[in-house]
Design a protein around this ligand. Structure first.
Ligand SMILES: [Cu+2]
Length: 66
């Protein structure tokens, strides 16, 4: 189990956080996601997921990795 940090650009409110968390949570192996729109910091916990999968999920939510 590991936690990896990502910087997400474009989140402006708690709804944005929810959207990002929902999409990332769907990645197999991910067990926990936290998102903070004030810092852009997203922390993803789990195992067997890749940065590319996180990037795709962030894009699907409508945002980009910084
Ligand atoms: Cu928002």
């Amino acid at each position: 189990m590991a936690t990896r940090k990502f910087n997400v650009e474009g989140m402006t409110c708690t709804h944005c956080e929810m959207s990002v968390k929902e999409e990332i949570s769907e990645i197999p192996g991910v067990t926990d996601v936290t998102a903070d729109h004030t810092t852009g910091l997203v922390e993803v916990t789990g195992e067997g997921f890749s940065a590319e999968e996180v990037s795709k999920a962030v894009h699907e939510a409508g945002y980009t990795l910084g």
